[in-house]
Design a protein around this ligand. Sequence first.
Ligand SMILES: Cc1cc2nc3c(=O)[nH]c(=O)nc-3n(C[C@H](O)[C@H](O)[C@H](O)COP(=O)(O)OP(=O)(O)OC[C@H]3O[C@@H](n4cnc5c(N)ncnc54)[C@H](O)[C@@H]3O)c2cc1C
Length: 153
Amino acid sequence: MTSEAFDVVILGGGNAGIGVTGPARRAGLSVAMIEQDVLGGTCPNRGCTPKKVLVAAGHALHEIECASIHKISVGKAKLDWPALIAREKDLIKDIPANLARAMAHRKVDVIKGQAAFVARIRSASATASSRPNTSSSRRDRSRDRCRSRAPNT
Ligand SMILES: Cc1cc2nc3c(=O)[nH]c(=O)nc-3n(C[C@H](O)[C@H](O)[C@H](O)COP(=O)(O)OP(=O)(O)OC[C@H]3O[C@@H](n4cnc5c(N)ncnc54)[C@H](O)[C@@H]3O)c2cc1C
């Protein structure tokens, strides 16, 4: 367990957290981001982006079904669901690594672990395990928890 102080500690590496890093770094602040799962959070990994891949396929199917309205003859469309899911996974698979590179480029310290406020804070510092949080039990999660601590000011 190491202890380090940052001007800004961001809990969660989703769209909101990542959006903060640019302005904070441009303001000359040191920034740490604590993420317990994959960088990018919901939107690119299990929300907006994968959803849009599936919705686009749905639209394509619908357009094919409507082709006769436009006097276009087509055979019956057949969806290969496993292949579509594979396409969806393939399109998003590089996003966390790309974001990690972007954060490194911005000189943001990305810390893998679960963050928690442990005291009333005015400015924060974070203490985190450098070990990836791959455990699933409550006790393990607690052990791997990254803590934000208030300095003695
Ligand atoms: C199916 C679906 C489709 C969507 N489609 C759209 C869309 O088309 N357009 C749109 O604008 N929005 C869409 N959204 C909403 C969008 O995904 C969210 O608004 C956005 O992801 C919120 O970003 P966030 O950073 O606030 O939260 P999140 O992306 O959820 O990120 C929070 C991050 O914090 C981490 N975290 C949480 N607690 C801790 C902790 N204690 N310690 C460390 N890390 C922690 C989580 O692991 C996560 O990575 C969709 C959502 C879903 C579910």
